[in-house]
Design a protein around this ligand. Structure first.
Ligand SMILES: Cc1cc2nc3c(=O)[nH]c(=O)nc-3n(C[C@H](O)[C@H](O)[C@H](O)COP(=O)(O)O)c2cc1C
Length: 147
């Protein structure tokens, strides 16, 4: 059973809510999942897992959710060679068309730079997250199947 850690950063709870559904999908497809708020996670502990899933909303103009900034800095120079990875996050293309879900792309780049292999296309949720809970579960299952 693949050991997966899902690390999320969330200011108003949207990414947190999506995380529960992504985690449910991962579990349904047979993964052993640990969910952590990024405020309680460190880059070093990722070594103990086969795969990492990051969930992060976009703030400012195309910036990482606040709590993820330090973690992202920590990733600089870290090796995630051999880890499988995938990233999701909510955003808002009506209000932020030029920086829609950019945090997701920033984290994908950081994972690739650390040597991790992206195993599923990123999952970006536009606007209200509630209608996307089903898609979040399905995406989680797809990620688990790709491990
Ligand atoms: C001040 C502010 C800036 C934002 N900037 C962006 C942005 O640049 N790109 C984007 O796609 N969404 C942006 N958003 C939308 C948030 O990412 C969205 O509300 C998200 O669901 C918040 O998730 P969270 O509660 O997990 O932090 C912004 C929202 C606010 C209030």
């Amino acid at each position: 059973m693949a050991k997966v850690v899902l690390v999320y950063g969330s200011t108003t709870g949207n990414t947190e809510a999506l995380s529960e559904h992504v985690a449910a999908g991962l579990k349904q497809a047979g993964a052993d999942v640990t969910v952590k708020n990024v405020t309680d996670a460190s880059v070093g502990e990722l070594a103990g897992y086969d795969a990492v899933v990051f969930g992060c909303s976009t703030w400012g103009a195309g910036e990482l959710q606040d709590d993820f900034i330090e973690f992202h800095d920590e990733m600089d120079g870290a090796s995630l060679e051999g880890k499988k990875a995938a990233v999701f996050g909510p955003g808002d293309s009506d209000d932020y068309p030029d920086t829609f879900c950019e945090a997701v792309d920033i984290l994908e780049d950081a994972l690739k730079n650390s040597g991790a292999e992206i195993v599923a296309e990123s999952f970006k949720v536009d606007g209200d997250v509630e209608p996307a809970f089903g898609d979040a579960e399905a995406w989680g299952s797809r990620v688990a199947e790709a491990l």
